[in-house]
Design a protein around this ligand. Structure first.
Ligand code: CMC
Length: 436
């Protein structure tokens, strides 16, 4: 970051002297006003619940232009990555700053592939859960539990520990998600098959059984790989900020990523794909496309508490570029599986069309986000709805680690400690129990 040409001057109406605040420019995007010395100089904090105007860090990983609907990983447009690269190349890009050459790709793939198995003891830990536990409850537990199994990579301040824990997390998340699924289905776990691609191996662990051979469908493999790429990072969203804040205390990488998994679960964040598919299924049960108008009216009625899931975004005030790519993948998968007339896809298209023309959505700049179509793709692949957010967590893990490692390597890194505007009781005396 470099100093911008201008400075910000903060003036007060009560006679407190003006102060000058430095302004910094990034490589693209809005400048930031540096308020780090504000409290020392004025005794005041800034107030920004929800971080609507606050840059919490500097980062070189992901850039979003919400007005244009643009998403870049390390400068590369998401459309190009989703078309020309695979997920492991994207992981390399996010973790190390650039796309690998052929040799680098082979070596990175080998390193990840060598770590796909999890400690055998993990399955006994998994058995402690109820069979009907939500996969995200299981994932929060399993990812946190990795720190109990891999003691040699828990020192967040040691670059070698950070590197090996990064590789382990990327390699083992598919295994853990598939184990959570097999456990709920009452089927035997399938060990990783390292001759397959990252997405192919995940499909194998999910859908193969020991009874018969399983062939990976290349269209589904590519679609899943694209889902992983599109979800791999998204700058300082809620779960990433959670991972950074959690990691800033010096906790181990597995614990910090488990915190991210827990945050992602919420329906306003990663849980939206599950909520979106449930919403489509409910409208379908109510009568399908003919009920879209009625449903949109309910969404617009603020007293209903109903939101159009898969629509709207804190940063995108234009079509989410990931949603466009996901819609394309959705068509490809449905065609390959002979499901072109899938009623939920038709319903989603009808909802999207009406919402994009409706004043309520136009005025608020609400567009489809990545979750609007990803659920339909996953359902067509055979992934149960309750597992959607776990797939998101699997893909986002690399982004979380890249951001965590960037934070720890930043010389300006400090423990995260927001302040508050206290509006509770002024100091008061505790009365003896009998007088309260
Ligand atoms: N349906 C109906 N109204 C909406 C929606 C929606 N999906 N999203 C926002 N609005 C309205 C909101 O009620 C508010 O209206 P008003 O100005 O009249 O009070 C206005 O639009 C601005 O919304 P906001 O809540 O201030 O926006 P936000 O930036 O705080 O929230 C959001 C962003 C993603 C939480 C929200 O749009 C939402 O809840 N969407 C549905 C859930 C969803 O799809 N989430 C996935 C996000 S993308 C995946 C990820 O990164 O996790």
């Amino acid at each position: 970051m470099k100093l911008a040409n201008n400075k910000a001057t903060l003036s007060f109406s009560n006679g407190t002297p003006n102060i000058e605040l430095p302004v910094y420019s990034g490589s693209v995007g809005p400048d930031v006003i540096d308020i780090r010395k504000l409290y020392a100089q004025t005794g005041m904090f800034t107030y920004d619940p929800g971080f609507l105007s606050t840059a919490s860090c500097q980062s070189t990983i992901t850039y979003i232009d919400g007005d244009k609907g643009e998403l870049l990983y390390r400068g590369y447009p998401i459309e190009q990555l989703a078309t020309h690269c695979d997920f492991l190349e994207t992981c390399h890009l996010l973790l190390y700053g650039d796309l690998p050459n052929a040799e680098g790709k082979a070596s990175f793939t080998r390193r990840v592939t060598n770590h796909t198995m999890v400690n055998e003891q993990m399955q006994f830990f998994l058995r402690g859960f109820r069979r009907d536990a939500h996969p995200m409850a299981i994932m929060t537990g399993l990812v946190g539990a990795l720190s109990a199994f891999y003691h040699d990579s828990t020192d967040i301040n040691n670059p070698e520990h950070r590197e090996i824990s990064a590789i382990r997390l990327i390699a083992k998340l598919p295994t853990l998600v598939a184990m959570a699924y097999k456990y709920s289905a009452g089927q035997p776990y399938m060990y990783p098959r390292n001759s397959l691609s990252y997405a192919g191996n995940f499909l194998h662990m999910m859908f193969a059984t020991p009874c018969e051979p399983y062939e990976v469908n290349p269209v589904i493999e590519r679609a899943l790989d694209r889902i992983f790429i599109l979800h791999a990072d998204h700058e300082q969203n809620a779960s990433t900020s959670t991972v950074r804040l959690c990691g800033s205390s010096g906790t181990n990488p597995f614990a910090a990523i488990a915190a991210g998994v827990a945050c992602l679960w919420g329906p306003a964040h990663g849980g939206a794909n599950e909520a979106c598919l449930n919403m489509l299924t409910d409208i379908q049960k109510m009568g399908g496309v003919s009920k879209v108008g009625e449903f949109i009216n309910q969404v617009k009625d603020k007293t209903s508490g109903i939101k159009l899931m898969g629509f709207g975004h804190r940063v995108y005030k234009n079509y989410d570029p990931r949603a466009k790519l996901m819609q394309e993948t959705c068509r490809e998968v449905l065609t390959a599986l002979g499901l072109e007339n899938d009623p939920l896809f038709k319903l989603a298209m009808a909802l999207e069309k009406i919402a994009l023309e409706d004043d309520y959505f136009v005025q608020r700049k609400l567009y489809p986000n990545v979750d609007f179509y990803s659920g339909i793709v996953q359902r067509a692949i055979g992934i149960p709805t309750s597992l959607f957010t776990a797939i998101f967590a699997l893909a986002r893990t690399v982004g979380w680690i890249a951001q965590l490692n960037e934070m720890i390597g930043d010389p300006e890194y400090k423990i995260g400690r927001p302040r508050q505007l206290y509006t509770g009781s002024a100091p008061r005396e505790v009365k003896p129990l009998a007088q309260r």
